[in-house]
Design a protein around this ligand. Structure first.
Ligand code: ZN
Length: 347
């Protein structure tokens, strides 16, 4: 986990300098048009002085706020602070209590709105950001009564979530429909996923490079080899050792070695309805590894592609940690913004 540097924006009581441009017409000359004392919600500032100006060019008046203030009641610093409390795992109620301990009244409803707004701002910021390598993984999060399937897309370059969809990862059509606009908007060229069948289909249809997380592959291959170890005729156990080596080293031309191994095994002897013999199971394993080998080794040819889907799993871990204290999201928009914020390193 990187060190999170907490930098809250400064809040000024006064604005010394005059406006530079009219917000309406970009005019550059103004007349001061009085001032008001505006009460604000903040941890240390209670009032700020807001000047009104009239634009000499378009004759419209506008307010010129001191740094860290907007037309909202809360200062920017306070808003960021309550969003941070929530992101760190406090409920709306607990965040509101903490604020009242600091002598600032902020309702649960306001905090909820602040969280939604912060998530929207983040989304806006991410909207056109270039992302070359995208990590994808599914998760289940409690919402409106039961666990809901979500699909999390992470910018592997930064480890920050790019989007969260209300999508079941077992449905390749739904995954593709959701992913396609993201691919176009951000210029994604490579997917990093676990080896669920639907991701392979999606990567192929969208013509994306594909790296399958090797933690997952190692886990299931190790189990398959262990099962075969007990059942296969002794004279063939050297093949298991070869496969183990290939998965360990992941050589780029491994599919050729797998094909050579496959050719040495005896062909299929069981009838279609009979159970497969151990040797036939080994043949199938070789075929499966051979067919997927390219997506195990994409990381060799592209330095930005990791060989595991670690960063996506970490982002999902942060989302789940936050979801545990939420006691269930109430709607999809609420869940979406909640997960996006919680999955990020800092607000
Ligand atoms: Zn103007």
């Amino acid at each position: 986990m990187p060190i999170v540097v907490l930098k809250l924006p400064n809040v000024k009581r006064n604005r010394e300098e005059r406006p530079k441009k009219c917000p309406y017409c970009e005019g550059e000359t103004f007349q001061r048009w009085g001032s008001v004392n505006k009460p604000v919600k903040d941890v240390s500032v209670r009032n700020v002085k807001v000047y009104r100006y009239c634009c000499c060019h378009c004759q419209r008046t506008f307010r010129h706020y001191p740094a860290g203030n907007t037309r909202a009641d809360q200062t920017e610093r306070l808003r960021l602070f309550v969003v941070l409390l929530w992101t760190l795992g406090l409920s709306y109620r607990a965040s509101s209590w903490i604020m009242s301990g600091l002598k600032v009244r902020v309702s649960c409803m306001t905090i909820w709105r602040d969280v939604q707004e912060a998530a929207q701002q983040r989304q806006k910021r991410n909207q056109w950001k270039p992302v070359r390598v995208l990590g994808l993984d599914g998760a289940y999060v409690l919402g409106w009564g039961e666990k809901q399937p979500v699909l999390v897309a992470v910018d592997v370059g930064t480890g920050e979530p790019l989007a969260v969809g209300y999508i079941n990862e077992y449905d390749p059509q739904a995954v593709r429909r959701w992913l396609e606009p993201l691919v176009q908007r951000h210029g994604i060229t490579v997917l990093v996923t676990d080896d669920l069948f639907s991701y392979k289909i999606v990567a192929e249809t969208l013509q994306l490079g594909h790296q399958v997380c090797q933690f997952h592959v190692r886990r299931w291959v190790a189990k398959a080899l262990k099962d075969l170890q007990g059942t296969i005729p002794k004279e063939w156990s050297w093949v298991l050792e070869e496969v183990r080596q290939l998965i360990e080293v992941l050589p780029p031309d491994g599919s050729r070695s797998l094909y050579a191994l496959w050719k040495q095994l005896p062909g299929r002897r069981s009838l279609p309805k009979q159970a497969r013999s151990a040797l036939e199971q080994l043949r199938n394993l070789l075929v499966r590894l051979h067919d997927h080998w390219q997506s195990y080794c994409a990381f060799h040819s592209e330095p930005e592609v990791p060989w595991t889907n670690n960063s996506t799993e970490r982002a999902i871990g942060r989302m789940k940690m936050r979801a545990r204290t939420v006691r269930g999201y109430k709607s999809w928009p609420g869940m979406q913004s909640g997960l996006m914020l919680a999955g990020s390193y800092a607000s």
